[in-house]
Design a protein around this ligand. Structure first.
Ligand code: SF4
Ligand code: SF4
Ligand code: SF4
Length: 505
């Protein structure tokens, strides 16, 4: 065997070892995380396709600091697959996975009337789930989770499924009523905009709209979504306002295409009373259109600190320091901030006036902040600290009055509210801004996959970590690609399908 000539990046400081995949052939590869020039890169080398390097953080200090924002995962009640081949070939969830499902996504079809250049799925226009498979998938998910704050129905375009409303009914009024708190519909919004009867039914169903919403200007949708959609999106917003449909706005952000609009999009969501949260998704180069969107993803990747910077520049009132990694997933996957509405109508970021450690504890990957005694304690403590400030400015007085008002309305021991009512009151008072950075074959990092909390629900009971499924499994999923070769190596299913982790004493 010939020795391989040594060729090293002498300016890069080795920081960590992980695994990734080749963007060309998807082979699982060893990878290094290195620091260079104040930035962080992922490096890997495929024996067939050569070396790859991708920027994963534009700010090394932020990256290192973010790694301290993590807490132990919570295991699901049961796993589905055994550890046989090693991550990411055993999904899932295999017994090595470190987090349960906070944010499940159930794809009910792969039919869509758009062909978005940024689409991260691979619509084949042939699959619509049956009611039996839907029930089976939800029942198996609930057996693993017990309670779900949110379930996202997606596709394709889920509103095109003929049994769309039956699925929502099954979740909210069927055997899991009360245990599935919210159903979010991931939609482009065309039916809401065009079909008043559909919109009325949507409102009556109790579901939330999770509306793809990338821009406020004409000219951007043709680049990102293939056609101009601005009028339809604004019409959908009008309907959402009129019918008071609870909504999550979901902008996909692509560097140089709509990244200059982050501030305006956030301001828009903050001013829209029906908007409970904004979920910003920096472009990931995977899926139907995504893997061909911009030939050089390296130059177009927006990393977490760049998004924070753009938000600060765009809003002027939100600061990068207001965003913290959501501690339940890997710190590079999600960051978030919560906003609290004052009595004078302004929204202020919670980290401005609460203890950050308590705040991090209250952060979960949900559409609203957690509404248990931890929220009450955090608010009480911030009232105490505002009271004890030597000088109470005008702003502090407004904050104090607002927090006291919220507490006495929501956590009144003489007149205790139901959990659902506490959630409702909190939701009308707080908004969340999340940044969710999906990975593609370029920046895929197995360390992030292992702590993934956003899982695709399979009708057969498997739960597939989002980026693992999108990059390694989706194109071989027999629901969408019946003639595809099975994923190799195939994950080994647990005998009973419901085994728990052994207790290590
Ligand atoms: S991503 Fe999670 S479920 Fe998939 S193989 Fe890795 S540890 Fe297992
Ligand atoms: S991103 Fe959504 S709306 Fe666009 S093609 Fe994909 S599934 Fe359809
Ligand atoms: S879907 Fe991807 S980015 Fe999101 S939590 Fe999972 S691994 Fe992280």
């Amino acid at each position: 065997m010939q020795p391989v000539p040594a060729k090293r990046d002498r300016d890069a400081a080795f920081f960590g070892f992980t695994r990734s995949i080749c963007p060309s052939c998807k082979k699982v590869l060893d990878a290094h995380i290195v620091l260079r020039g104040g930035q962080v890169f992922l490096q890997k080398k495929c024996p067939s396709h050569g070396p790859f390097e991708v920027l994963i953080s534009s700010d090394a200090d932020y990256y290192l600091r973010s790694l301290t924002y993590t807490k132990p995962g919570t295991y699901p009640l049961a796993f589905e697959t055994a550890v046989e081949h090693g991550c990411p070939s055993d999904c899932g969830l295999c017994e090595d996975h470190l987090q349960h499902t906070c944010s499940p996504i159930f794809e009910i079809n792969d039919k869509c009337d758009l062909t978005c250049p940024v689409c991260i799925v691979r619509n084949q226009q042939g699959y619509s789930i049956s009611m039996d498979h839907f029930r089976q998938g939800v029942d198996k998910l609930m057996a693993k989770e017990g309670e779900l704050p949110t379930l996202i129905l997606s596709g394709g375009e889920p509103t095109l499924h003929p049994q769309f409303f039956d699925f929502i009914d099954y979740c909210l009024r069927g055997p899991h009523a009360g245990h599935i708190k919210r159903v979010l519909i991931s939609t482009h919004g065309k039916k809401l905009a065009r079909d008043p009867r559909f919109a009325e039914k949507f409102k009556a169903s109790g579901a939330y709209a999770s509306l793809q919403f990338d821009t406020l200007k004409p000219g951007v949708y043709p680049k990102l979504r293939g056609v101009e959609l601005i009028d339809q999106k604004m019409k959908a917003i009008e309907v959402i306002r009129e019918l008071d449909i609870p909504t999550v706005l979901v902008p996909t952000i692509s560097k140089g295409d709509n990244s200059d609009e982050l501030g305006d999009l956030i301001n828009f969501g903050v001013e829209l009373p029906q908007c409970s949260s904004i979920v910003i998704q920096p472009m990931a180069h995977t899926g139907d259109g995504g893997d061909g969107f911009h030939a050089t993803p390296t130059g177009h990747r927006l990393t977490m600190p760049e998004v924070h910077e753009l938000i600060e520049r765009g809003t002027g009132w939100l600061k990068k320091e207001h965003f913290h990694p959501v501690p339940c997933s890997h710190p590079s996957c999600y960051t978030a901030t919560y906003l609290f509405r004052m009595n004078d109508g302004r929204y202020l970021p919670l980290p401005e006036f609460v203890d950050v450690r308590q705040y991090l504890d209250a952060m979960v990957n949900q559409t609203i902040i957690r509404t248990d005694d931890k929220l009450e304690r955090m608010i009480l403590d911030s009232i105490t600290s505002l009271w004890s400030a030597t000088k109470i400015g005008e702003d502090n007085q407004v904050i104090l009055d607002s927090l006291k008002g919220f507490l006495s309305d929501t956590f009144n021991s003489r007149n205790p509210l139901t959990v659902a009512e506490i959630e409702r009151r909190t939701e009308t008072r707080a908004k969340a801004i999340f940044i969710h950075a999906f990975m593609d074959p370029w920046d895929l990092d197995v360390a992030r996959l292992k702590k993934c909390c956003t899982h695709y629900v399979m009708p057969d009971g498997r739960l597939m970590p989002g980026c693992s499924y999108n990059n390694l499994y989706r194109h071989k999923d027999p629901r969408f690609f019946p003639r595809a070769e099975p994923v190799s190596p195939e994950p080994v299913r647990l005998d009973d399908g419901h085994r728990r982790l052994p207790v290590i004493s």
